[in-house]
Design a protein around this ligand. Sequence first.
Ligand code: FE2
Length: 374
Amino acid sequence: METAEQLRSADQGQDLFKIHGTHHVELYVGNAKQAAYYYRRALGFRITGYLGPETGVKDRASYLVEQGKIRFVLTTALHPDSPIAAHVHEHGDGVRDIALQVENAEEAYRITTERGARGVMEPVETSDHFGTIKTATIATYGDTVHSFVERGSYSGFFLPNFEPREDNLSTPCGLKHVDHIVGNVDWNKMEETVNFYANVFGFTKFVSFDDKDISTEYSALRSTVVANENKWVKFPINEPAEGLKRSQIEEYVNFYKGAGVQHIAMESENILETIAKMRANGVEFINVPHSYYDELAKRMSEISESIEELKALNILVDFDDKGYMLQIFTKPIEDRPTLFFEIIQRRGGESFGKGNFKALFEAIERDQAARGNL
Ligand code: FE2
């Protein structure tokens, strides 16, 4: 049984400035037009906005795709000397910015930088005829950043310079919101990264796993979760641990060329329907052996889904003292074995799937072995 154990006593649960939640996640990609097509046709997102030369921004093209409350911005460079192109060259497609909506961007920037965060962009105002948005940006692990977005009385649909787009191409897959965003960091960097979130944001460390929890025969890792006061923002941080062979976190760091976002977990309103649709759309998921469901059958009285359906779609179940959660991981969504998505549905359970780590990570290892990286 896993409980939401509080590991830290000082400053517990006290955001140092007001955070409303995740505003959007921006990915830097090699070809945003084609990436947007994948997010629409495979994952059920709608394009709702666009920014580029046609809207007065000359160096990039960005597509805003949305599903439920999830907002991703897919951005690509239009010139080789762009920092966006450099990011893609180094990391492949990946998450650049986990943007947080705050009450006051200037205050968020001042507090975080005074407490040791590296500033990337000082507070700046951008305006269009819908009003003014204030943003500022700080660095976190690797080349990943957090922008602070203060919307104030801005009445536009997203951010200045984005023009709205209509999209009738995609059918939604039932995704509602981001549940958590996981960062992978290098050997012995987890503590430092977790302390960064505790010291700079006032986040609480609330669950911790060590290599005894998350070790299969081979790919061990350690993980600690940090979360803000209302737990709308949850960031598990992983680091590699010694195993018999190479840790999956080490494989990520080797291919991403440093720390970065490993996966984004998105909650579905009905995971059975979501996964059936995504599989029909061609999304690839990791394969868990059918023997997993023999164990699960012993607890079937505790869940409302049919084991046969879960088995057919390869969805896993984890229990805690509050209920249970259903989950599945996609395969990496680009050719480097880096970023993937997790689809989850919570039925009371607050866990991150600790009870499934062995089954999930053995499945990941089989793919890792097939790539020759184990
Ligand atoms: Fe997760």
